[in-house]
Design a protein around this ligand. Structure first.
Ligand SMILES: O=C(O)CCC(=O)C(=O)O
Length: 198
């Protein structure tokens, strides 16, 4: 069982940061498996599952559906700790592990993820889903950390439109009102962030 204050923070804010779920050794192994997988997978992944950079130091921006081509990442997606955490966040409901993706924000990348609700990509009905993100690199305000709007998960599903950004293709039609929600930058280092609501 996870700390009740983490669960309460998630319900209040729509996100939570959980340090220490994976040990330093496990994180190193995940990073090693990822490197090995990328060497094999990027060339053979279906075209729609890979998004490349044009102007950054590293060429990969996003890789989708990794678990479909990697037994290791399929198993990681179903890790008991993750499944139990999400089950507790949803008050004991059955949990389905649905997908995996890698987001690589390389140095000198010039794009921004536009404001969006994740369900604009996943179309769950009802939209009872979370994104569980594992930070393999340090993720800071300077390096492009995820930014969340605290409490915005309690609102309704909002209209989205094409954003024109490769790998982050949908954005809110009307950007959020900066006065309405507290904006929180999730600085992560070997930590897990859970973001949910819509
Ligand atoms: O990395 C970001 O800025 C946004 C990522 C995101 O929306 C997601 O992982 O669902």
């Amino acid at each position: 069982m996870y700390d009740e204050s983490t669960i309460a923070a998630y319900k209040q804010n729509g996100f939570a940061v959980i340090p220490g779920m994976f040990s330093a050794e496990e994180l190193a192994e995940i990073a090693r498996q990822l490197e090995a997988h990328l060497r094999l997978d990027v060339a053979s992944a279906p075209k729609g599952d890979v998004v490349f950079e044009t102007d950054a130091e590293r060429s990969l921006r996003c890789l989708f559906r990794i678990h479909e081509r990697s037994a290791y990442f399929d198993q990681l997606m179903r890790d008991t700790r993750l499944m139990q955490l999400v089950q507790q966040l949803f008050d004991g409901a059955d949990v389905i592990a649905d997908g995996t993706m890698l987001i690589d924000k390389a140095p000198l990348t010039t794009y921004e993820f536009p404001w969006h609700q994740d369900n604009a990509y996943q179309f769950w009905n009802p939209p009872d889903a979370v994104a569980v993100t594992l930070a393999l690199d340090d993720s800071t305000a300077e390096s492009g950390a995820i930014v969340c709007l605290s409490g915005s998960h309690r609102g309704s599903i909002l209209p989205h439109q094409p954003s024109g950004v490769f790998g982050a293709s949908r954005c809110l039609v009307t950007p959020p009102n900066a006065d309405e929600f507290r904006s929180v930058t999730l600085s992560l280092k070997g930590q897990l962030s859970v973001i949910g609501g819509q």
